[in-house]
Design a protein around this ligand. Structure first.
Ligand SMILES: Nc1ccn([C@@H]2O[C@H](COP(=O)(O)OP(=O)(O)OP(=O)(O)O)[C@@H](O)[C@H]2O)c(=O)n1
Ligand SMILES: C[C@](O)(CO)[C@H](O)COP(=O)(O)O
Length: 253
């Protein structure tokens, strides 16, 4: 079954404050968008990518993927992330009609290891309607009242931090976006609202979302110190600095 990845890249990067669109920020000479798109295609599990860019940045974003030919397309995104994903999904229906599996992957998660991409696609190939990569929560989580006073310390053992790429069968994602109103949630959240189970696979600390300048500094440091020849298994080995915790694959209902 063909797999197409939708890459929302139309955000303004306000929290990063780079002065240029976040997807165009360069790390060691390569833009976040270029890294995210090539990471998907180089994983061996994704055949085509559709990027949603701000309407006034179509040419700039197009230059980042121009050498990839018809494997990468750039279309206008929208005011909210869900608008961008909806636009990319509509374009993918036209540009890659053979796709049965759809990933949605933030351009801001440009350092996601290929293992995560392959695990997400593999889970859908094995029958999942929806699947998300997740990490255990490392911080204590507390619920606060309207005055900002702690009301409860939450049991964090069942909680997971959700990353991308998120994977779906194309029919389920189409149904979710057809039914979606104006909601602030991730793509799996729209599928959960329809009652479909959302499975999980192990994420990776390198799949962080570049949001602030600190995230960018972390990404640059990791990239500069993680030799290319370092096998992924070493990065995923329990106890390594990138230990992502115990296996947390499970169904979310
Ligand atoms: N209208 C939007 C808003 C966000 N995104 C994309 O969704 C991903 C995750 O969003 P986020 O990290 O919040 O990016 P920004 O919205 O750019 O960040 P900020 O909120 O700091 O402006 C990013 O790749 C961003 O480009 C998008 O395609 N269209
Ligand atoms: C989709 C996402 O990456 C899951 O963690 C995240 O929700 C995107 O960031 P946003 O600020 O919600 O757009």
């Amino acid at each position: 079954m063909d797999t197409v990845a939708l890459v929302p890249a139309a955000g303004r990067g306000t929290r990063l404050g780079a002065g240029v669109p976040k997807a165009l920020v360069r790390v060691l000479g390569q833009s976040l968008l270029s890294r995210a798109v090539r990471g998907l295609l180089d994983s061996g599990s994704v055949g085509h990518v559709v990027v949603a860019a701000a309407p006034d940045q179509l040419d700039l974003m197009g230059r980042e993927v121009r050498d990839l030919g018809d494997r990468a397309h750039v279309v206008p995104g929208g005011g909210e992330r869900t608008d961008s994903v909806r636009a990319a999904l509509r374009a993918a229906d036209r540009l890659v009609p053979s796709a049965g599996i759809v990933l949605v992957h933030d351009a801001a998660r440009a350092f996601t290891p290929a293992r995560v991409i392959r695990d997400v696609v593999g889970a859908v190939e094995r029958g999942a309607r929806a699947v998300v990569p997740t990490l255990p929560v490392a911080d204590t989580i507390k619920r606060v009242d309207d005055d900002g006073v702690v009301a409860e310390t939450v049991d964090r053992s069942p909680l997971r931090a959700v990353q991308t790429p998120q994977g779906f069968t194309v029919d389920v994602l189409r149904e979710a976006y057809s039914a979606a109103g104006d909601v602030a949630t991730d793509d799996a959240g729209l599928v959960e609202r329809l009652g479909y189970p959302v499975e999980t696979v192990e994420g990776h600390t390198h799949a962080l979302k570049v949001t602030t300048s600190f995230d960018l500094a972390v990404a640059e440091a990791v990239l500069a110190t993680a030799p290319a020849e370092l096998p992924e298994s070493r990065l995923d080995t329990p106890g390594s600095p990138d230990d992502t915790g115990s296996d947390n694959s499970r169904k979310v209902r």
